[in-house]
Design a protein. Structure first.
Length: 398
């Protein structure tokens, strides 16, 4: 038998190769599909494709840029065509307008960085072979089987970015990405996805006696990867759009140094409405308004029946908490962040017949409010999330 070259041998063996399984997809394809499905869910909810524009919600703008990128990539269009039930890929490719930037004070601040052409949603995980080598360093992703445990955390991060409790920082603004910052419980944005460090293994030593550890990283598209800490660090360095998501911090709610928005003394008050609105009546025992005042609570609620903020009805004061040297804005941000998942969604008409949506009413038991105030005072509240299903404050997964 004559010697065969590698190419000839490959051709000979190709006849006997096992047929490719039609149902299998690469991790890269799975991520592209997951990103497209997020856009489809937006279209299902809104009845239209996402649009660009500074007046649009930040997530709509993210989806709009992502959709433009998918339309521009031939291989992505081919992959997604059978799934395109809304004909999203048949439209002409429209690049984002030059002014499409995201301000620090907007929701998910500065996700795209200073250069709007390097938007976070340009699907940086859809890469050339050179980029794929870098991606391989953070391991192959797989489906996260227990994603339902982590989904509430990603939703909470989005709410906290929107309210300003969290912010994002570009790594180019930092001296370096330190390993000490890549620990369990931290959030990052890398490769167009929000990444959560769910677990950090025991410290190991590399062959060059460098410290490292194995991480379990969960992504907001329901995938995960098993990755070395230093590999994840390199991935952050190489992704120009990568960002650090700051930890929720209300700042010093109770401190020694007064600030511009501080009150010398004040009160957190909890009210119960006497409204005859059917929604209010049906939730009478757990529906509470939580607010902060620097004066008398009684005086604050004197004219409740004339104020849409109080549902145009008299109220009952059910609890008060005296505080000193409070930063009102920070305190309200913390309270709203904690109970945002159970904020009452109700629209009433004011005295002039105009629609009003009160924002400080929450469907939460009084004993939970009491516990939350205690944790605000001792500074541990950022370690907890309110779980409506069990009506309890649960410690965040670390």
């Amino acid at each position: 038998m004559n010697d065969l070259t590698l190419d000839e041998l490959a051709e000979e063996l190709a006849e006997f190769a096992e047929p490719e399984r039609g149902g299998s997809r690469s991790p890269r394809d799975e991520r592209v599909i997951a990103g497209f499905e997020e856009i489809q869910r937006f279209v299902d909810a809104q009845g239209r494709a996402p649009l660009h524009g500074e007046d649009r919600d930040i997530f709509e703008r993210l989806y709009a840029v992502r959709l433009d990128r998918l339309r521009a990539l031939v291989d992505c269009r081919a992959l997604l065509a059978p799934l395109d039930r809304q004909a999203l890929l048949t439209d002409e490719v429209t690049a984002p307008p030059p002014e499409e930037t995201i301000d620090d004070d907007e929701l998910m601040a500065e996700l795209a960085g200073a250069d709007s052409s390097e938007h976070i949603t340009t699907l940086r995980h859809v890469r050339t072979s050179a980029d794929k080598r870098a991606a391989e360093e953070i391991a192959q992703r797989k489906v996260c089987e227990d994603f339902e445990k982590f989904q509430p955390l990603f939703e909470q991060v989005k709410r906290e970015l929107k309210s300003g409790v969290r912010k994002t920082l570009p790594f180019k603004a930092l001296d370096e990405i330190r390993l000490s910052e890549i620990q369990s419980g931290e959030f990052f944005i890398v490769g167009g996805q929000v990444a959560y460090i769910a677990e950090s293994g025991e410290e190991i030593r590399t062959q060059y006696e460098r410290k490292d550890s194995r991480l379990r990283v969960i992504y907001d598209n329901a995938t995960e990867s098993d990755v070395l800490q230093r590999s994840f660090q390199r991935a952050l360095h190489r992704d120009e759009s990568a960002r650090l998501v700051t930890n929720p911090s209300a700042g010093p709610l109770f401190g020694d140094e007064p600030e511009a928005d501080d009150l010398a003394s004040g009160t957190i008050y909890v009210l119960r409405s006497k409204s005859d609105n059917p929604t209010v009546v049906a939730n009478q025992e757990i529906l509470h308004k939580i607010g902060v005042t620097g004066g008398s609570v009684e005086r604050r609620v004197d004219n409740a029946r004339l104020d849409p903020t109080f549902l145009l009805a008299d109220v009952e004061i059910v609890a008060t908490y005296k505080l000193s040297n409070i930063n009102r804005t920070r305190l309200e941000n913390v309270i709203h962040r904690i109970f945002d998942p159970v904020r009452l969604n109700i629209e009433i008409k004011d005295r002039f017949g105009l629609p009003v949506v009160p924002r400080e009413w929450f469907l939460v038991p009084l004993f939970i409010i009491d516990e939350a105030v205690t944790r605000i005072k001792d500074g541990t509240i950022t370690e907890y999330t309110y779980d409506p299903a069990s009506a309890s404050l649960k410690r965040n997964i670390r």
